[in-house]
Design a protein around this ligand. Structure first.
Ligand code: FES
Ligand SMILES: [Fe+2]
Length: 397
């Protein structure tokens, strides 16, 4: 039998007393945040390298010696599975003259060798072999090790902090508890990767995260029907810690939703995992969208489709439905990707100076405030607005 996620004791995200949108309100956002190269450099150092980010699925480094090479925002790291089942991670940069040590992900590694001059490394990144060692100054080689990255697992994902252990605190505290507990109900750790699709797009990484943090574009860009759009007005949006989440009722289930509060079954549940991922969860399957910054206006955009484990003979209908909806989702995501061509065309236009955000684009506004705070040396916490007036803007059926 396929696992069916349910709300259990989780707090309601719809219904009487639940504010529909946080009191962030309509606001503006400077266009420079998407095109200023100096700002991008600061984001690399102060935000991207100092945050827990999704790297790969745990199943991609399942066995001892399995290793995964990840590259993004000018960095290259290697994650390795230890004999004791834990993970190590280090910067994939040779201590000799800086070449990349490991070119590709693989299995059964016991050591790595930089192919330029054959310096050898153990799977934790320590230098274990230097050809012609007596030619070097021994003090320069003592204890040499490639800098470690912080690495952990949650939800079936491998996560890392590139600036190193301790910089971002424990992973379990990085995601706001409201978002973490809600997302945990979907048990991504029990899911399996169906497919990962990648695109290279000519927009800033935040354009992609913004696009998956609002539902406002669904009617214009994705052709959402009038009835759906009317129901979608009852979506609720929430910001907690550095994260945001929103819930959109499926077509024609609004009354069920308000009665049962089982939005895990009756709504799309969307969780922004600051800074570079968004999980789009439904009872049947989950998509995780990830933006990997490659330059100020270049991004690798990834869509990961996950489904629950099942025996093909047990649940052919489940597998058929997952395939069916995933094909639809891919076509929908392609519409977002295509739209970014028009965004890219005007990124540097003198006429593009600001963005005007509605109150329902509040997760975007919050996301950018968190980044702003981290650029100023803060931890991105404590920026939530005061709770909205009781039930303000709440769906009433
Ligand atoms: S740069 Fe790696 S061995 Fe020389
Ligand atoms: Fe979209």
């Amino acid at each position: 039998m396929v696992f069916q996620p349910t709300r259990g004791n989780l707090p309601a995200r719809f219904g009487p007393g639940v504010p529909g949108v946080p009191a962030i309100g309509p606001t503006t956002l400077d266009a420079e945040v998407y095109r200023d190269p100096e700002r991008y450099e600061q984001e690399r150092i102060k935000v991207l390298n100092r945050s827990w980010q999704i790297i790969c699925r745990s199943e991609q480094v399942a066995e001892p010696g399995d290793h995964h090479v990840w590259e993004g925002h000018g960095e290259s790291i290697v994650i390795t599975r230890r004999e004791d089942g834990g993970l190590d991670g280090f910067h994939n940069v040779c201590a000799h003259r800086g070449a990349r040590i490991v070119a590709e992900s693989g299995t059964k590694a016991r050591r790595f060798t930089c192919k330029w001059h054959n310096w050898a490394y153990d799977t934790e990144g320590r230098v274990t072999g230097v050809p012609d060692r007596p030619d070097f100054d021994a003090t320069m080689l003592a204890g040499l090790c490639s800098p470690a990255v912080d690495v952990d697992e949650w939800g079936g994902w491998v996560w890392a902090v590139l600036a190193g252990p301790g910089v971002a605190g424990p992973l379990k505290d990085w995601i706001a508890p409201e978002v973490r507990d809600d997302l945990a109900a979907f048990r991504m750790e029990d899911m399996k990767l169906v497919e990962k699709v990648e695109w290279e797009v000519d927009v800033n990484w935040k354009v992609a995260i913004d696009a998956f943090s609002e539902y406002y574009h669904a009617q214009a860009l994705h052709g959402m029907g009038g009835k759906e759009a009317k129901d979608a007005r009852h979506s609720t949006m929430h910001v907690h810690g550095r994260n945001g989440m929103y819930f959109v009722p499926f077509l024609g289930v609004l009354e069920d939703l308000l009665r049962t509060l089982d939005h895990t079954r009756y709504a799309i549940c969307n969780y922004q995992l600051f800074p570079t991922a968004v999980a789009n969860c439904q009872a049947l399957h989950t998509q995780v969208f990830r933006a990997v910054p490659l330059g100020v206006t270049k991004t690798r955009f990834e869509a990961w489709e996950l489904r629950y484990e099942t025996d093909e003979n047990d649940d052919p209908e489940y597998l058929r439905q997952v395939d069916f909806f995933w094909e639809i989702y891919k076509a929908v995501v392609q519409q977002d990707i295509d739209e970014w061509t028009d965004v890219a065309a005007t990124t540097h236009s003198s006429a593009y100076r600001t963005n005007i955000l509605s109150k329902r684009e509040c997760i975007i506004a919050h996301f950018h405030r968190v980044i702003e705070d981290m650029l100023a040396g803060g931890d991105g916490l404590g920026l939530e607005p005061a709770p909205a007036e009781d039930g303000a803007d709440a769906p009433t059926g």
